[in-house]
Ligand binder design. Structure first.
Ligand SMILES: Nc1ncnc2c1ncn2[C@@H]1O[C@H](COP(=O)(O)OP(=O)(O)O)[C@@H](O)[C@H]1O
Ligand SMILES: [Mg+2]
Length: 221
């Protein structure tokens, strides 16, 4: 089954009097359990595409289907519910709370969502990403790669079927980048996690099951 599908997806931004066509007719099908790399030059629409399939923003026209449900036709309330259930986001910058420990950073959104057993779950997730011995460290006491692993653990809090990562290694050295990709692959193999990752690096892209290349808001054939 396709877990994500887009059909003639378009997104324009209006900047003053200028219209920017960020996506110009994108048709993509992603199967459940695939690990996908999105590549292409800066400004070609990669982040816009991720925001559309992650339901952070709505397209100008065209459709996004998550498990065959057309999310572009939903009310913004249902879409928010869908986003919470299906999508975990990881960004280039870690957006951790500096005053909270690793485990507290993961528990905090769980508690906002009134999730029971947050401490136990957060500990399990930190173990999963290899930080079981760093629960009480502050972000400033962790390396960049470790901080990114905390955000990955956080993104898994509601067991989303889809992980969307926008240049997750963009801020990391080669060794930490490799470790992040290995973690993605482990989540993919062990949990059947569907992953869509934007990257600039050909070497990292080649670690995915499939590379989708964008150019000027379209898929390169
Ligand atoms: N919020 C926005 N307002 C106006 N233009 C935007 C906005 N976001 C992105 N764009 C423009 O849309 C195009 C695609 O951007 P983006 O999806 O961020 O590309 P990429 O992630 O591939 O670098 C670029 O020309 C960018 O300047
Ligand atoms: Mg981008």
């Amino acid at each position: 089954m396709d877990i994500i599908k887009t059909s003639d997806l378009k997104k324009s931004y209006i900047l003053g009097k200028v219209q920017v066509k960020a996506l110009n007719g994108v048709d993509v099908s992603i199967h459940e359990g695939e690990f996908i790399a999105i590549m292409g030059p800066s400004g070609c629409g990669k982040s816009t595409f991720l925001n559309m399939i992650g339901m952070l923003d709505t397209p100008t026209s065209g459709e996004v289907y998550i498990e065959d449900n057309n999310v572009t036709k939903m009310s913004s309330n249902s879409r928010a519910g869908y986003r919470l259930k299906y999508i975990g986001f990881i960004f280039q910058f870690f957006n951790l709370f500096n005053e909270l420990t690793a485990i507290e950073n993961i528990m905090f959104p769980m508690m906002l969502n009134r999730m029971p057993d947050s401490r136990k779950k957060a500990e399990g997730l930190l173990n999963l990403v290899g930080l079981g011995d760093r629960l009480r460290h502050l972000p400033s006491e962790l390396s960049g790669g470790q901080q990114q692993r905390v955000t990955i653990a956080r993104s898994l809090a509601n067991s989303p079927k889809i992980l969307l990562a926008d240049e997750p290694t963009g801020n990391l050295d080669t060794k930490s980048s490799k470790e992040i990709i290995e973690l993605f692959r482990k989540l993919n193999l062990e949990r059947g996690q569907t992953i869509v990752m934007v990257t600039h690096s050909q070497e990292i892209g080649e670690k995915a099951d499939r590379i989708i290349r964008f150019r000027d808001g379209m898929i390169e054939k």
